[in-house]
Design a protein around this ligand. Structure first.
Ligand code: ZN
Length: 388
């Protein structure tokens, strides 16, 4: 081949390499992302503590124990349809201040981002009945409140990720990265890897909504999990599935339908993901808490409810209590023990530690009823242990 003919081939190879790296950039721990998470780690370390004055109980851990923390839905306020749905002075700082110490006390902390971050514009989703149409658009300036509270991993696989179209998704992804966190769950970005203290955490997320990795396509989901488990030490899987509301607190072990939509079979999904290599499963979507479970020594929480939902989401009764789940595993993700830190939301103030420990009682009641064979004990203080 002459030099002249080689040039187009060379250009083609360069183009292919560039396009491959841009396609996979959200899936890789590239040098920029690695550097940003390192910086975050260095700045976060001083506030991280295994002991916290707010923790209700303590669990024995060793240097080899990993602490993996998860919470449910997060929506810090919306400027759509009006700024009246935002906190006073458009200041999100107080909202997570009461639980920050707990959220920052792990090796990795996860939450579901139930909404889009965008100051204005975007194409609002079409609803047949606008009076019951909820589209969440949180100001850009609110993203540091999520990062400062201790979050590392965010799920974008939910029913609000496309509330403001392409523009909303692009801006949300950009802000998450700029604030040193990672995300997953979209078809164009199904997985991510977070590294801390030499441990690689793989993260992926699923939902029944368009543009997200589909919770109903079990084989495709298993392939994602399997591939991630080959590259990482611990695989964390988030899912937004099941019917919503106080009438849907139970795990039915069947495919659930809500508003005519197939919202998946969360019981089957969780097991199939563990079969494929998942280690910790954090569920959400029903806006109420559900049972916990153990399968092949791996931990499942079927729903973690409304963790911080400032406006436009019902927080009365069982909709206003939620756990901070702490999962203690060995370095391969095998469940050792856990802890439910109970919280409840106060309108306008965000989650508070619940001295009445209501969500601990609720999770225990639901687990006893729905997963009676689970070899788990939940103490009055929320400590989760495995029975022989
Ligand atoms: Zn949702």
């Amino acid at each position: 081949m002459s030099q002249k003919n080689k040039q187009p081939l060379l250009l083609l190879i360069i183009a292919a390499v560039i396009s491959f790296s841009s396609l996979s950039s959200c899936n890789q721990v590239d040098s920029v992302e690695a550097a940003s998470s390192q910086t975050k780690e260095q700045t976060k370390k001083p506030v991280k503590s295994k002991e916290t004055t707010m923790a209700i109980a303590s669990v024995k851990t060793t240097a080899d124990t990993l602490t993996i923390i998860g919470v449910g839905d997060m929506m810090l306020g919306t400027n759509y349809p009006s700024a009246a749905h935002l906190p006073k002075g458009q200041d999100c700082t107080p909202l997570l201040s009461y639980v920050k110490d707990v959220l920052s006390s792990g090796d990795v902390t996860f939450g579901n981002l139930e909404g889009v971050f965008l100051n204005k514009g975007g194409t609002v989703k079409q609803c047949s009945d606008p009076t019951v149409c909820y589209a969440f658009r949180t100001p850009d300036s609110f993203m540091p409140c999520i990062a400062d509270a201790g979050f590392d991993l965010l799920s974008l696989a939910n029913n609000h990720t496309s509330d403001f179209g392409h523009k909303g998704r692009v801006n949300t992804k950009k802000l998450i990265t700029e604030n040193g966190m990672k995300y997953a769950g979209l078809v164009d970005c199904p997985t991510t890897i977070y590294e801390n203290n030499g441990v690689k955490y793989g993260f992926c997320a699923f939902a029944p909504n368009s543009g997200t990795c589909d919770i109903r396509k079990i084989k495709a989901a298993q392939n994602i999990v399997r591939e991630l488990s080959l590259k990482t030490d611990v695989v964390i899987v988030s899912f937004h599935g099941g019917a919503e509301g106080s009438r849907h607190q139970h795990v039915t072990r069947k495919t659930e339908f809500f508003y005519g939509e197939n919202r998946g079979n969360v019981y089957n999904f969780a097991r199939k993901m563990i079969d494929a290599g998942a280690d910790v499963l954090f569920g959400h979507g029903p806006h109420v808490t559900r049972a916990i479970d153990i399968y092949k020594e791996r931990f499942i929480c079927y729903s973690m409810g409304n963790f911080v939902t400032y406006s436009r989401i019902n927080i009365n009764g069982v909709s206003g209590i939620a756990p901070i789940i702490k999962v203690f595993t060995d370095k391969t993700g095998r469940f050792l023990s856990g802890e439910i830190v109970p919280t409840y939301q106060v309108k306008g103030k965000g989650p508070q530690i619940d001295s009445k420990k209501r969500v601990i009682k609720k999770i225990r009641e639901l687990t006893t009823k729905d997963i009676p064979e689970a070899k788990l004990v939940i103490s009055d203080d929320g400590i989760i242990t495995v029975t022989k």
